[in-house]
Design a protein around this ligand. Structure first.
Ligand SMILES: [Zn+2]
Length: 645
């Protein structure tokens, strides 16, 4: 049977792309890039090491889910009907599962259903279990395979919240988080970003609740009295973008095609905070081509959501910790929206290629923020991200500092860092600087058109970069420079780091205060943006006296800050310097919020001294039940590592 890369065997646009590269590969820049040769591409074999599936033999092309949501037992029960396309002679299809109870597998449509022979292979700690289903020799290359199953209450992709963990406190809440490899814990399917499928779904929920999915949603704002919701996602997406949310939700429109689903208590505040979404959408379309997904809505989740946002297509899932009241943290919306091009439209084929999603998205985010809120703000946010990257990079193994990180043998979640995001953005900013904004904008726009609705590898991107940018504008960058960005640790060049006058003047003021040349009351903070506050706090000396901390707190009321990012930066100083008056607020913060970016650095700081570690253990015992399994895993590792020391 044919073994091929997605580029050679994918849907139509990918086939065009393969031809395109073939014709342009006549003058490869180096031996390495000679892989762009058409023969080499069609025989280039990539393997997603995080999936058991063998899509080159038999692949899922569409799915219909029929599932019931049971909050009492915390399980989903139902069926996944998968349309399989197989190569000639393929007699098996392999699906990914994790802790699923498989009840039955059948083959064929309703009128001619036959029981299938199937086998669940032994469990791999990272990957779960392969479900191998025997395909009968029917002479057809398309077969409908239906799996009846139940999820486990410990499913890694599902978070079940008690009413007390929601804003309204009246109803339970369920949300899914499928990225990176958690879709398999609630749907048996080929859980690799290299396989795209369309889907439809019938979801049954308690009548007081509403279900929403990463699909066409009902925005009429009327609950369905029978609790049955139907969904259709007509564009082919990878499994990690299949998403479901169930709760006491209302819909508030923001524009013709954007709106917010949220609990009633926070829906209006969210719609006000994110009112610029339509403008962001228009700017993105102007830069990168049409928005191809119909509506763009937001689902605001309870604060235990482990991420800032998740770019589920048509319906980004968003943490409420960015509702600051002043739109200061809305770059998160720009980021999730940008994924409608980088990630959802052109997808990483494996988790090694994640930087193609996140690096491009971070770059696009800065462009969108610049267009909506001005260059000064966009530069400040980029600069803060760079500082965060440098700090984190110092703690990472050299192999995890490259863009194309090899996570073989590890859970992709354990490899999560700012590298694919901010270093990826730096790489693209560097390319933009070398080729000029105009040429680079054209390149990006064509890239999204060329690879729309396909999944590509790093190597495929590099071949395209060579053909469409490097070869067309020779002499600007070398293949060795590109390789250093993508396949080496460290940061090759920081020339493109933006200068910020606002930050320089903060440096001057804060040094003057540290050197006792001026008092805090002499620093004019009126008009400081949240980003200036973050820069000020993040760049204070790590060692501060109790008197200094008391003075800062008295002057700026930091312990009681309602901005989740400012509070986070302040609490790091609180912990490093044991500033006792802030510990009860710190405890409240760690229990209320489950977003990893905000809590993980605080736990890492806490476990450094015995006293603080005791505090961390006590507070974590209270906070843990409210955290998402992903956040639990991360914090468990921090606490248990510190116990071993
Ligand atoms: Zn992202």
């Amino acid at each position: 049977m044919a073994v091929c890369s997605l580029l050679a065997c994918g849907q139509n646009p990918a086939d065009e792309a393969a031809t395109e590269i073939k014709s342009d590969a006549a003058s490869p820049a180096s031996d390495e890039i000679a892989r762009a040769d058409a023969d080499a591409i069609s025989s280039y074999e990539y393997k997603d090491v995080h999936s058991f599936a063998r899509p080159d033999e038999a692949r899922v092309v569409s799915a219909h889910l029929d599932i019931a949501v049971d909050f009492d037992s915390q399980v989903l029960t139902g069926k996944a009907a998968l349309m399989i396309e197989r190569e000639q002679g393929a007699d098996e299809v392999v699906l990914d599962t994790r802790r699923l109870d498989i009840e039955s597998v059948s083959i064929g449509a309703d009128d001619k259903l036959e029981a299938a022979t199937w086998d669940l292979r032994p469990e791999d700690p990272n990957l779960g279990r392969a479900l191998v289903i025997r395909l009968p020799d029917t002479g057809q290359n398309k077969l409908l395979v239906t799996v009846a199953y139940r999820t486990s209450p410990e499913a890694s992709g599902l978070q079940w919240l008690q009413p007390a963990q929601t804003a309204g406190k009246q109803h339970p809440f369920l949300f899914t988080q499928s990225q990176a490899i958690h879709a398999r814990s609630w749907i048996p399917l080929q859980d690799t970003p290299g396989v795209r499928m369309t889907y439809t779904a019938t979801v049954r929920v308690p009548a007081a609740l509403r279900a929403v999915m990463s699909a066409a949603n009902d925005t009429s704002n009327a609950l369905h009295p029978d609790g049955i919701y139907q969904f259709e996602m007509p564009q082919a997406i990878p499994s990690y973008l299949i998403a479901l949310g169930v709760g006491d939700l209302v819909f508030v429109p923001m524009s013709e095609r954007t709106g917010v689903f949220a609990e009633p208590d926070i829906a209006q505040a969210a719609a006000r905070e994110f009112a610029d979404t339509e403008r962001m959408l228009q700017i993105s379309e102007k830069l990168y081509g049409p928005y191809r997904w119909g509506r763009y809505d937001l689902l605001i989740l309870p604060p235990s959501f482990p991420f800032g946002g998740m770019e589920n297509p048509r319906l980004s899932f968003i943490t409420p910790t960015v509702i600051a009241g002043d739109k200061s943290l809305v770059s998160l919306i720009a980021h999730e929206l940008a994924h409608s091009w980088s990630g959802n439209l052109v997808t990483n084929a494996t988790w090694r290629d994640l930087w193609l999603n996140e690096g491009f998205t971070s770059f696009l985010t800065t462009r969108i923020m610049e267009a909506v809120y001005g260059k000064a703000r966009a530069d400040m946010e980029y600069y803060l991200d760079l500082q965060g990257l440098r700090e984190q990079m110092a703690t990472l193994d050299i192999n995890d500092q490259m863009l194309a990180i090899d996570s073989t043998g590890r859970d992709p979640d354990d490899v999560f860092s700012n590298v694919p995001y901010t270093k990826g953005q730096m790489f693209l900013s560097w390319l933009e600087q070398q080729y000029g904004r105009e040429a680079f904008d054209v390149f990006l726009r064509e890239y999204f058109d060329k690879f729309a609705f396909t999944s590509i590898t790093t190597d495929e991107f590099l071949a395209y970069l060579d053909a469409e940018l490097m070869s067309r504008h020779p002499g600007k960058v070398t293949r060795a420079q590109i390789d250093q960005w993508v396949f080496a640790g460290g940061l090759p060049s920081t020339d493109m780091v933006p200068e910020s006058d606002a930050f320089s003047s903060i440096d001057t003021l804060s040094s003057a205060w540290v050197d006792r040349m001026m008092g805090l009351d002499e620093i004019d903070t009126r008009g400081w943006s949240v980003h200036e506050w973050l820069y000020f706090l993040n760049n204070l000396p790590t060692t501060l006296s109790t008197e200094d901390l008391r003075a800062l707190d008295a002057a700026f009321d930091l312990t009681r800050s309602t901005n989740s990012e400012i509070a986070h930066s302040w609490f790091r100083h609180v912990i490093r310097n044991n500033y006792a008056p802030a510990y009860s607020q710190l405890e409240e913060y760690l229990i209320r919020i489950g977003r990893r970016k905000l809590i993980v650095p605080l736990y890492q700081e806490l476990v450094k001294t015995p006293e603080n570690r005791q505090f961390a253990e006590r507070v974590y015992a209270l906070a843990r039940p409210g955290y998402h399994p992903l956040a639990q895993g991360t914090v468990d590792a921090i606490i248990s590592k510190s116990e071993g020391e």
